[in-house]
Design a protein around this ligand. Structure first.
Ligand code: CA2
Length: 148
């Protein structure tokens, strides 16, 4: 059976490519999904690509990933810096989660340099714009190893 990965995007990422291209690049979220679909073919995995502006919906999607997906790539947007609830959801699902950011959060405002989710993720990729998504897919697949 083909392995599947959840690629989950948080608040305001639906606006990608429409504003602040100097920070987040010119790529739209649809372009990002296409990049991910192309990488999925190369890696021989399937993806579910989702976005929500609502913390509870993101938590529900993480819970639903258990038993369905082999791992998760999560750009939690600004909830990264605020959400104990997301951190708890990640800990509870017992799936490898990679934290992803388009921008280098460590080189930005002080409040973005704190991530509540880093400690419960297997690793973080940030600062590479949309290219970070296929990079994270490669990293997650490598982390998971060969399917049983
Ligand atoms: O760099 C990232 O990927 C972030 O997760 C993006 C979040 C930000 O709050 C995090 O600190 C870092 C913001 C996403 C907002 O995306 C927009 C895109 C275009 C126009 C407006 C917002």
């Amino acid at each position: 059976m083909t392995r599947t990965i959840l690629i989950l995007n948080g608040p305001n990422l639906n606006l990608l490519g429409t504003r602040q291209p100097e920070v987040y690049g010119p790529t739209t979220l649809n372009d990002v999904e296409e990049l991910c679909q192309a990488k999925a073919k190369q890696l021989n995995v399937e993806i579910e690509f989702a976005q929500s502006n609502h913390e509870g919906v993101l938590i529900d999607l993480l819970h639903a990933a258990r038993g369905k997906h082999a791992g998760v790539i999560l750009n939690a947007g600004a909830y990264t810096h605020t959400s104990v609830a997301l951190m708890d959801a990640i800990s509870s699902i017992m799936l490898p989660v990679i934290e992803l950011h388009l921008s280098n959060i460590h080189a930005r405002e002080a409040f973005r340099q704190t991530s509540y989710i880093s400690k419960v993720c297997v690793g973080q990729i940030c600062g590479f714009g949309a290219s970070g998504y296929p990079l994270a897919m490669q990293a997650l697949t490598d982390y998971l190893g060969e399917p049983a």
